[in-house]
Design a protein around this ligand. Structure first.
Ligand code: 2PG
Length: 248
């Protein structure tokens, strides 16, 4: 049996301001930093001892991972970064307030943009700085890799090669692995692992800063999965994520 830990970053400044974030590189809030410390303490208390860590190119996930590893006295671990673990690209919605967008376009439309499996938000136009072309951290991407927008289906498509080619082989060696990433890049992985239908994935929300443990069989199929920590608080945090798309 293998164990894999998935962790969404702690609260970011744009989570707090309720803005569509995507590839925008915003940092953690004080609450987000506290969530990361709490996650690290909890993982340590529960006896986790990671051998290798994977994260995105975005500082809210990277800093969450650093804080967790610091709490576990494992800052020496190898950390691999990949743009394939980045948050789903939110296209032209990046920067807009979710409630204001719901008031303008309707809650149903915002739910489609946030959660529909195969309907992407409006795309960025060429030349928009939010495309990140020219950003040195993405020097390894080819021109066609830069998303102009993504629905979850697109995120699954760019995430899975990294799962199959890098993370899954490492899990199979028996190493203890943590993946610190984002709400929708983790939804992409959870959809794949749990074989969740395109219709049902709409209702899955991942809370910030709560370690999610997968116990996997020899074929890396889930035996069970569970969040560590206070289950009532986790449920409330998931509902709060779902409600971010409501007009106030
Ligand atoms: O804005 C985003 O990039 C994501 C994660 O914060 O939000 P949502 O839950 O709306 O997909």
């Amino acid at each position: 049996m293998y164990k894999l830990v998935l962790l969404r970053h702690g609260e970011s400044t744009w989570n707090k301001e309720n803005r569509f974030t995507g590839w925008t590189d915003v940092d953690l809030t004080e609450k987000g930093v506290s969530e990361a410390h709490a996650a690290g303490q909890l993982l340590k208390k529960e006896g986790y001892a990671f051998d290798v860590a994977y994260t995105s190119m975005l500082k809210r996930a990277i800093r969450t991972l650093w804080i967790v590893l610091d709490e576990m006295d494992r800052m020496w671990l190898p950390i691999e970064h990949s743009w394939r673990l980045n948050e789903r690209h939110y296209g032209a919605l990046q920067g807009l307030n979710k409630s204001e967008t719901a008031a303008k376009f309707g809650e149903d439309q915002v739910k489609i943009w946030r959660r529909a499996y195969d309907t992407p938000p409006p795309a960025l136009e060429n030349g928009d700085p939010r495309l990140e072309v020219g950003n040195p951290r993405y020097a390894g991407l080819s021109a066609t890799d830069f998303p102009h927008t993504e629905c979850l289906k697109d995120t699954v498509a760019r995430f899975l090669p990294y799962w199959h080619g890098t993370i899954a082989p490492m899990v199979r060696t028996g190493k203890s692995v943590i993946v610190a990433a984002h709400g929708n890049s983790l939804r992409a992985l959870i959809k794949y692992l749990d074989n969740i239908s395109d219709a049902d994935i709409v209702n899955l929300n991942v809370p910030t800063g709560q370690p999610l443990v997968y116990e996997l069989d020899a074929d890396l199929r889930p035996i069970k999965s569970y969040y560590l920590g206070d289950q009532e608080a986790i449920k409330a945090a998931m509902e709060a994520v779902a409600n971010q798309g409501k007009a106030k």
